[in-house]
Ligand binder design. Structure first.
Ligand code: G3P
Length: 217
């Protein structure tokens, strides 16, 4: 399973990258706003740091303008993935840009039918939003499962990029189902390392070590 980090914060990306945890990065207009950075500059910096796919999202709503924005974003670096919304115009732009050999991530996917269309339009990645479905009392993991079955039924090569991940269980369930990629905020990836029994066991080891009076260094 590939790990993408869902942020435009360079420091966070660098820390996880040093640990070998970053196979790619995803950004969106809200994350660019949060970073306070210029989209072209920050995307260039991220692409120089991480060799894997780096999603940068268009903001136009009609296909022709999306295509022009996508071409401009793709010129930043070879590893830019053009992120397009799952609208009819977004699908048109996906077909054109993927036909030009550019990586495309189709985002804001909330149904298996949408995912089927994105695969047929040549998407490299489909981004189903788990957390936002959970927010409205629909199980987001059911969508990941449905897309996995449908893509496997027909051999679609579009990669399932589980997005809008809010908890470590979203990552675990995505791995169980066989999502190709997860994209998660830094804090959720870091939370995967935590376990109360690890903390408890370590406290006991430290207390016993103290009693030995020994030192290693
Ligand atoms: O990758 C999409 C993600 O940024 C959306 O997450 O938590 O805003 O629903 P969230």
């Amino acid at each position: 399973m590939k790990f993408f980090v869902d942020t435009a914060e360079i420091d966070e990306i660098a820390e996880l990258h040093d640990l070998g945890m970053v196979d790619g990065v995803t950004t969106n207009p809200s994350l660019i706003l949060k970073s306070g950075r210029d989209i072209l500059e920050v995307t260039k910096e991220i692409c120089a740091l991480v060799p894997g796919p780096v999603s940068a999202e268009v903001v136009a709503l009609d296909a022709d303008a999306m295509i022009e924005e996508g071409r401009k974003l793709a010129k930043i670096a070879d590893n830019v993935t053009v992120k397009l919304p799952l609208t009819w115009d977004g699908l048109k732009a996906c077909k054109v840009l993927s036909g030009e050999g550019k990586m495309v991530n189709v985002t804001l996917c909330f149904s298996a039918n949408q995912a089927l269309l994105a695969a047929k339009a040549g998407a490299t990645f489909i981004s189903p939003f788990i957390g936002r479905l959970d927010d409205i009392n629909i199980d987001g993991m059911d969508l990941i499962q449905d897309i996995r079955v449908i893509y496997d039924n027909y051999g679609f090569e579009t990669q399932i990029l589980a997005a809008s991940i809010r908890s470590v269980n979203h990552i675990l369930d995505s791995a169980r189902i066989g999502a190709d990629v997860i994209t998660a905020p830094t804090k959720v990836i870091k939370a995967m390392a935590g376990h109360p029994l690890t903390d408890k066991g370590l406290a006991q080891f430290m207390a016993d070590w103290e009693k030995t009076g020994q030192k290693i260094l």
